[in-house]
Design a protein around this ligand. Structure first.
Ligand SMILES: Cc1cc2nc3c(=O)[nH]c(=O)nc-3n(C[C@H](O)[C@H](O)[C@H](O)COP(=O)(O)OP(=O)(O)OC[C@H]3O[C@@H](n4cnc5c(N)ncnc54)[C@H](O)[C@@H]3O)c2cc1C
Length: 206
């Protein structure tokens, strides 16, 4: 029976990223996914995702997004592929619209490059955008978009590549595994996925 250090349930954005990180740390990870690794029915599905640093949702996100930024750069360096396109992000602020203004407050708190622009400044740079006189905007130069599928496939490749570098320590995946049962207190030692090892994946080492 094969033993794993960690079993990751769900091989979407978070699961694949977790497998990559575990492989970097020399941990043996198994990803269980009901469909394929990267498919068209997940939150990760689609071509692109916006990536920005100034978070209206709260400044607490900024250390996390800065760490994510570093990890995307690590992934690009390791795979020699550009996935994060820093085209800049313009967030328009209509009167009474607080989202962009909250993003600005977060950016100020962390000293991020997030320029606050008047309508005239917006029109000067982007004349194709018809901005009313009472609108403003925030511009994050480091923001942009991520190529989702290439990024996820790159993380999978990097996780698997650790196999050669750290013998026996790598990430692998089993597909078509539907995790049917929530793991309760008394089920911690057995994971049932309905198709692996006749429904039983073995017991984690103590
Ligand atoms: C339309 C849309 C637009 C978005 N835009 C942005 C954006 O611009 N910028 C941004 O930062 N974020 C954006 N997000 C959010 C971001 O994409 C998600 O937060 C992220 O992809 C979530 O990753 P996840 O691993 O939690 O989910 P997923 O990528 O969906 O992964 C979960 C995986 O678990 C598997 N799974 C679920 N249940 C089971 C089971 N019982 N057994 C086996 N496998 C199972 C699923 O099949 C799936 O593959 C957007 C999300 C959506 C939907």
């Amino acid at each position: 029976m094969t033993h794993y250090d960690v079993i990751v349930l769900g091989g979407g954005t978070m699961g694949i990223a977790a497998a990559w990180e575990l492989a970097k740390r020399g941990r043996r990870a198994l990803v269980l996914e009901q469909f394929s690794l990267v498919h068209d029915r997940g939150a990760h599905s689609g071509n692109t995702r916006v990536f920005r640093h100034a978070y209206a949702e709260g400044p607490d996100y900024i250390p996390l997004v800065m760490r994510a930024d570093q990890l995307w750069m690590d992934l690009e360096a390791e795979t020699k592929t550009t996935m994060l396109h820093r085209v800049g992000g313009l967030e328009l602020a209509a009167p009474g619209y607080v989202h962009a203004r909250r993003a600005k407050d977060s950016a100020v708190q962390y000293g991020l490059d997030f320029q606050w622009l008047t309508p005239a400044e917006i029109r000067a740079v982007w004349p194709m955008i018809h901005v009313p006189d009472d609108w403003e905007a925030g511009f994050g130069a480091g923001a942009g978009f991520l190529d989702v599928e290439p990024a996820l496939h790159a993380m999978i490749r990097c996780a698997k590549a650790r196999r050669g570098r750290a013998a026996g320590k790598h990430a692998s995946a089993r597909l078509g595994c539907v995790i049917a049962r929530r793991l309760g207190q008394d089920e911690r030692r057995t994971i049932r996925c309905g198709c692996c090892d006749r429904g039983r994946l073995g017991r984690p080492r103590a």
